[in-house]
Design a protein around this ligand. Sequence first.
Ligand code: UFG
Length: 333
Amino acid sequence: MSILVTGGAGYIGSHTVAELLAHGEEVVVVDNLGTGHAASVLGAPFYEADIRDHDRIVHILREHAVDTVVHFAANSLVGESVKNPLKYYENNVAATARLLGAMLDANVKRIVFSSTAAVYGEPERTPIREDDATVPTNPYGETKLAIERMFHWCREAYGLSSISLRYFNAAGAHPTLPIGEHHNPETHLIPIILQAALGQRPEVSIFGDDYPTVDGTCVRDYIHVMDLASAHRLAVERLRRLEKSGETAAEAFNLGNGEGFSVKQVIDVAREVTGCAIPAVVGPRRAGDPAVLVASSDKAREVLGWRPERADLREIVDSAWRWHRSHPHGYER
Ligand code: UFG
């Protein structure tokens, strides 16, 4: 019995692979390296393959006696999705439909899915709960929601059992292994701040300071990547348990710490952690940014038994800083 991790060479995928291996799971990784890094796959068999390659995926599923898929493979840049929505419908929605077809042909009927807070769009209340309205404001969130809906219909039609995990703002790095966050281009706040601390950027640009928040800058719920990883492991365990009692699921869970920090507060924490000045300038708003995104993760705590263990923002930034300092160019040599 093993777990196939698609997109296992990406940021959250590689940390989840490490978490599963550390808990004695057999893991196999598929990634087309469109945005992932082969060097981030440590200790698991790795196939450079595309999830649309039906025959190859069926073969890998059978060869490794896979019982559950953890599915990260996707494009995940909000801005890019607005400029090129068809890329997102193709690589996220159509590719996932192909993956599900291969899974059903190999008789694999359990999937844990990498979803996002972007399915909610502009939230109607804070903290956000899973049954709040889902009105995405960009194609990225729209495609992730379409996949969640696809799971619902595939449960009805084929008995597929799924758990979708809606992440808030992933950050941090593995405490001991040489893996961390490396995107090109980098768009996320904490790595950008740390690149400025390393002198790789002259400054951090703060996208707007006229939001209705504590200091006018956007508030987000930052969650350690290893806490996200543990939620995937618990979700796999839940799907296996349900199957034993003859049940299926099509569930969604928020994953966040339930506490929001403004952009300015994150920069201040990073100044403390790094001891660097980190110049910052206020610029215009970035289109499509909600003022506040904070999760209620009560459902994940109750149903999955999930407990974030690295909720302190200092610890999150500190672990990211250790990665950035030791790998100033990420996985590039
Ligand atoms: N920000 C800046 N300057 C920067 C980069 C970011 O001020 O150089 C601000 C953003 O405006 C935002 C906050 O920092 O208010 C966090 O921005 P990120 O880009 O790090 O993260 P987002 O909240 O935009 O995105 C996250 C996930 C997406 C997901 C989205 C849901 O990374 O995958 O939440 O809205 F789609």
